[in-house]
Every structure is written in structure tokens, then in C-alpha cells.
Design a binder for this molecule. Structure first.
Ligand code: HEC
Ligand code: HEC
Length: 182
């Protein structure tokens, strides 16, 4: 982990999620896109997947590749010097391999989380129409007003198995609030 990334990772809390994620990856589990909130995290055991988790999991969870279309990942990877206000640049070789990994395992526009996405390339998962609709009942005090969450971008604060692509609402635990009942 690079020093700058370490510093930022330091103020994002992972809680117990870390050990669960490590266990899931250890088994080489891959998410399969279906109706119950599980999304493809790609092939978990390749060198590219490991590189992705290492480089892109330093400041936030390594988002499952299936959550954005290939065009989004290409744009994100081409603009890492200005990444949501941070510099997240990696070496040219790592960038090429991570881009290949993400675009190979990207989501298909029109399906799952990308239901209303057609030709466009949104840069945020948290701005996808499907995402907004699924979270519109979660109050601010549980997110930006919750120091253990901070923002919706911090998926794994509430979805403990986020990195493996499991977002099933039955396994949501909001720090300080617990299970979600709607
Ligand atoms: C130096 C820290 C840092 C590193 C390293 C980093 N990011 Fe980020 N990333 C951020 C920040 C900060 C945000 C915005 C989070 C927020 O709004 O709360 C973000 C947001 C994102 C989002 C949008 C999340 C949303 O809100 O839907 C994606 C996608 C993303 N990063 C992908 C990547 C990829 C791919 C890599 C690896 C090449 C990477 N990030 C590495 C800091 C980083
Ligand atoms: C503050 C806690 C919180 C954060 C952070 C959060 N979510 Fe959620 N998420 C929820 C809750 C609560 C639900 C269930 C909402 C409902 O059913 O009304 C949910 C539901 C979902 C669902 C639908 C699951 C299903 O069973 O249909 C998906 C997919 C999802 N979230 C993805 C994400 C992703 C991806 C991120 C990060 C980019 C994220 N969430 C961040 C709390 C959170």
C-alpha cells in the first residue's frame, strides 16, 4: 500500500468486514448476477484480481467489477490522477492489467444494477438509478451523519460481503443501527 493510500485508508473504518472478505476471497468465491442482490466480482483468484484488490482496495472496498459497465471502468482508469479529488495513479503496467481485469468482468448495460444504463458511462455506482432507488429509504443520519459510514461509497460498512459481490438486503448491518427492516 502506498503511503498516501495508507493514510486515507486509516480514516475509513473497515470493522469486522475485513476478515469476512479475506475468507471469501480465500475460497475463491465469485459472485453470480441474480435477482437476490449478488453481483459478479469477477474471477477472484487471478493475479489481476489480486492486483486490483491491492491497488484499488486501499481507500475503499475494491468494488465488484460487475457494478459498472466497461466504458465506466475505462474512463476511471484513464483519469486516476484526478480521482474524486484524490490522486490514485498506479504504474502503467498495473493500470493496463487492472483495466483489462475490470473491463473483462464489467457489468452489462441493461441488466441488474445497470438496468437503466444504456450507452452512457457513469463514474459512480452510487449515482446509478438502481442504486438510488434501492437506498432512498436509508436516512442521512445512518450515512453521512454516521462516522462509521461517511458516505454511500463505503459499501462494506453496511454490506459486510460487498467485496465478493453480495449485497443481499437480508445481510445488511448498519453500524450503530444493526439490521435493516423495511
Ligand atoms: C488514494 C485513495 C484512492 C485509491 C487508491 C482509489 N480510490 Fe477510488 N475513490 C476514492 C475516493 C476518495 C472516492 C470518492 C468516495 C466518496 O465519495 O465518498 C472514490 C470513488 C471511487 C468510485 C466511485 C464510488 C461511488 O461513489 O460510486 C469508483 C468506481 C472507484 N473509486 C474506483 C477506483 C479504482 C478502480 C481504483 C484503483 C485504480 C481506485 N478507485 C483507487 C479514493 C481512492
Ligand atoms: C448506510 C448503509 C449502506 C451503504 C453504505 C450501502 N448500502 Fe446498499 N443497502 C443498504 C440497505 C439498508 C439496503 C436495503 C434497502 C431496502 O430494501 O429498502 C441496501 C440495498 C442494496 C442493494 C439491493 C439488495 C437487494 O437484496 O435487492 C444493492 C445491490 C446494494 N445495496 C448495493 C450497494 C453498493 C454497491 C454500495 C456501495 C457503492 C452500497 N449498497 C452501500 C445500506 C447501505
Amino acid at each position: 500500500m502506498k503511503p498516501v493510500a495508507k493514510k486515507i485508508a486509516g480514516y475509513i473504518r473497515y470493522g469486522v468486514a475485513g476478515s469476512v472478505i479475506v475468507a471469501a476471497w480465500g475460497l475463491g468465491l465469485t459472485g453470480v448476477s441474480n435477482a437476490s442482490g449478488t453481483y459478479s466480482a469477477g474471477k477472484a483468484t487471478t493475479a489481476e484480481a489480486a492486483m486490483y484488490r491491492e491497488e484499488c482496495g486501499a481507500c475503499h472496498v475494491a468494488y465488484p467489477a460487475g457494478l459498472l459497465p466497461a466504458a465506466s471502468w475505462s474512463t476511471i482508469m484513464a483519469t486516476l490522477d484526478d480521482h474524486f479529488g484524490e490522486n490514485a495513479e498506479v504504474s502503467a503496467e498495473s493500470a493496463a492489467r487492472i483495466t483489462a481485469y475490470l473491463t473483462d468482468n464489467a457489468g452489462k448495460p441493461g441488466h441488474g444494477m445497470l438496468k437503466r444504463i444504456k450507452g452512457d458511462a457513469p463514474l459512480r455506482i452510487t449515482e446509478l438509478p438502481y442504486f438510488v432507488r434501492k437506498h432512498d429509504e436509508v436516512p442521512e443520519r445512518m450515512v453521512s451523519g454516521n462516522e462509521e459510514v461517511g458516505s454511500f461509497s463505503n459499501c462494506n460498512a453496511c454490506h459486510q460481503r460487498a467485496e465478493s459481490g453480495d449485497f443481499d438486503e437480508d445481510s445488511v448491518r448498519i453500524p450503530g443501527y444493526g439490521r435493516w427492516d423495511d
